[in-house]
Design a protein around this ligand. Structure first.
Ligand code: ADP
Ligand code: MG
Length: 698
């Protein structure tokens, strides 16, 4: 039987996997086939040749193996704390085995005074060691000793009876029916040159290593392979795209750009802004379609770069549009652009879902007959019925809010796809950028406009309300404005936490002399707009809001950002919120208000915020704390293939290496016809089979 096929067998071919278990495996662990099973690598290996004695136990042992007998069972506690305790003795001391669920099952399954091998993590409680939910095996039924795989099974599945031993049995079965070596996926010359372990040996060794040395070589090989295929995929698509799609040629910089630059720009550009505009120009001149990611910390002046890039499009006879994630932000861009452009003959219009009826009709017509040169909007601009006369450039602001599918729609907007400039203030760590946005060229604004004072960030416990109020009073007395942000609008959980509406009442009582705006996601767009407007115009001094203000809002006079229940926000979000202040020349402040009880991770988040204003540093730390899969904004874009072993937070060097090698391989084999690469392309096709085909998009 060819191994390729065994790899694809559904798990239901296994003796004790029926429809129910198959579904559990699929939903809970992503395992559908024999191949998936083999690639569900053990989370660790246990040296099962070693038995411990109870008197040797210490508190920092990850897992131990003991040999002995259960002397008696006892039920303890009630309600959710109800548990069954088995008193286990190995002749040297007693260890309590504890089960919190399946109580009846436990008593039936395990016999008193029978010799068991117990396996689990010991913890010390009231002077006695206990092992919660231990694994018990009868002494005789143990397989050969040595390094044995330990598969972590999600708790939900454990409750349904799945455990590491079952996994082990299934994996063994798969190896038994696999009569040929697993096919090599990397070109042989790479395996040789990089001294990689062959794939067959590596996968086997992941489960049953002969030594820890062999295990680490296997891990390295498979990690490299994962990263390599991701890079190969990305790089191949961007090459193909360049070949397939011509881009508009923006040959010149003309009247619009120059008029703006020399007569309308209220301040000098920063060096970084100039550099990025130059990069955009160079890209757009080449006749290949531009796909550029612009990363710049909050307040670094991306909007202006967007506007000036658009003017280059206009200079070459094209229209341009910018897409923002929220209506508030789209409206603000409209105002900003109109304000910046002053009396220049450029027509800028807005299109959001609230632009309806005649107004909408007028915008549609203006776009088609080329009267409107710049369109500002939300995702409404990518609806199918919006037709441009000649769209040359699309700017996507705060990219992390948009999904891949939405970007794809842009490609239908013109016969030749427009150039795309994607802007994000969520700094993406390098390794992740190379992976998620690996096919985009990257520009970075690493410089803030001059005269900004770094924001001072402090942490307050919530009982220091008076200090907080006094601080706010002082700032407002100086003519400044302040934001107060709450994580939730309506209390839905039992947790005692002030919500926005309650907070609003409190602040009204505390500040009878001030006017307060309130904005949240459940409000009607017109009301939101009015409340924002009151704040922007300076009529109100305080803006109390949920995170709708998170992205993009620009009120330079605001100098204080108060974040209530700051423990509820992630690092990226905190940093985004903080970025709403510090936009003028005044000293600005960010006050993180939390309760007393903080977990270790939360404490660390707050600490980082008070220590640094550097978005990249914060992003790196965020990735370390949360792991790359969880990084805000990356779920949507999605890492192309699932990572089993590689870890983007840790394996930066390997990501770079994989990218370099993939580039070289592609360059040596432009048509993909090289016989040595056949297995590699087959593997890539296999990996791609389960994905939507995004080949035409960035
Ligand atoms: P972001 O990158 O977060 O989108 P914005 O584009 O909103 O930042 O810019 C933040 C503020 O800085 C705005 O008030 C903008 O007018 C101002 N700004 C942008 N570029 C410069 C510059 N070169 N010099 C001074 N102020 C600038
Ligand atoms: Mg912005």
């Amino acid at each position: 039987m060819p191994t390729g096929r065994v790899f694809d067998y559904p798990v239901t071919y296994l003796a004790n996997v029926g429809a129910t278990r198959a579904k559990l495996l699929k939903d809970g662990m992503g395992i559908e086939t024999y191949g998936d099973l083999l690639q569900y690598y053990p989370s660790k290996h246990i040296d099962r040749s070693r038995f411990y004695y109870t008197h040797e136990l210490t508190t920092n042992m990850p897992y131990v193996q003991l040999r002995g007998r259960i002397l008696s069972f006892e039920e303890e506690g009630d309600g959710r704390k109800r548990r069954i305790v088995g008193h286990f003795s190995d002749g040297h001391g007693i260890v309590d085995l504890v089960w919190f669920n399946g109580l009846r099952y436990v008593e039936q399954a395990y016999k008193l005074l029978t010799e068991y091998v117990v396996f689990g993590k010991p913890t010390l409680f009231k002077g006695r060691y206990s092992i919660t939910h231990p694994e018990l095996t009868e002494q005789q039924s143990l397989s050969p000793m040595g390094l044995r795989p330990y598969y972590s099974v999600p708790e939900k599945l454990q409750k349904r009876g799945l455990n590491t031993r079952m996994m082990e049995q299934w994996v063994l079965t798969v190896f038994r029916v696999l009569h040929e070596p697993l096919p090599e996926t990397l070109p042989e010359y790479l395996v040789q040159e990089m001294k990689l372990m062959p794939r067959d040996e590596a996968i086997r060794a992941m489960h049953y290593p002969r030594s820890s040395e062999q295990l680490s070589q296997a891990t390295y090989r498979l990690k490299f392979e994962e990263l390599f295929f991701i890079q190969l995929n990305i790089l191949r698509y961007s090459r193909e795209r360049n070949r397939r799609y011509a881009g508009h040629v923006f040959a010149k910089v003309g009247e619009y750009f120059n008029d703006f630059y020399y007569h309308h720009l209220p301040f000098g550009l920063t060096g970084a802004q100039k550099r990025v505009i130059r990069e955009v120009r160079q890209d757009a001149m080449t006749g290949r379609q531009m796909n550029r990611l612009l990363q710049g910390d909050v307040g670094s002046g991306k909007t202006l770069v967007a506007l000036m890039s658009m003017l280059i499009a206009l200079d070459n006879g094209f229209q341009a549009c910018i897409m923002a994630p929220t209506e508030i932000l789209a409206e603000q861009h409209l105002d900003t652009f109109r304000h910046f452009l002053g009396d220049m003959p450029v027509r800028v219009e807005l299109l959001t879902s609230t632009v309806k009826g005649k107004r909408r009709q007028a915008v549609m017509e203006g776009l088609q007959n080329d009267d409107i040169q710049i369109l500002v909007g939300t995702h409404a601009v990518i609806e199918d019925n919006v037709c441009f006369h000649n769209l040359g450039l699309v700017v996507i602001d705060e990219q992390h809010r948009f999904g891949v599918a939405q970007r794809a729609k842009l490609w239908a907007k013109n016969r030749i796809p427009p150039h795309v400039l994607v802007m994000t203030a969520t700094p993406i760590p390098r390794t992740l950028a190379m992976t998620v946005y690996g096919d985009l060229d990257v520009s970075v604004i690493d410089e803030l406009p001059p005269g900004r004072k770094p924001i001072q960030t402090v942490h307050h416990y919530e009982n220091r309300r008076e200090d907080l109020y006094n601080g706010l009073r002082q700032q407002i007395a100086l003519g400044r404005q302040a934001y107060v942000v709450f994580p939730l609008i309506k209390e839905s959980e039992k947790v005692d936490l002030q919500n926005l509406e309650e907070g609003y009442k409190e602040f009204e009582r505390a500040f009878p002399e001030f006017r307060i705006s309130m904005v949240h996601g459940k409000m009607k767009a017109v009301d939101k707009e009015r409340e924002m407007e009151r704040f922007v115009s300076g009529e109100t001094q305080l803006l109390m809001a949920t995170t709708v203000i998170e992205v993009g809002v620009n009120v330079p006079n605001a100098s204080v950002m108060v974040i209530m229940n700051a423990e509820r926000f992630g690092l990226a979000q905190l940093h985004q919120l903080r970025g709403r202040v510090g936009r003028g020349a005044d000293q600005s402040y960010c006050i993180l208000v939390t309760g007393f009880k903080l977990s270790g991770d939360t404490r660390r988040r707050i600490q980082i915020m008070t220590e640094t204003n550097d978005g990249f540093e914060i992003a790196e730390e965020d990735m370390r704390l949360r792991g790359p899969g969880d990084l805000e904004g990356t779920q949507q874009s999605g890492i192309p293939f699932e990572l089993h072993i590689a870890n983007l937070a840790r394996d930066g060097q390997e990501v770079q290496l994989a990218r370099d090698v993939a580039k070289r391989v592609l360059e040596s084999d432009a048509d993909g016809r090289h016989p040595e690469h056949r297995g590699m392309w087959e593997e890539l096709a296999r990996l791609n089979r389960y994905r939507t085909d995004w080949s035409a998009i960035s």
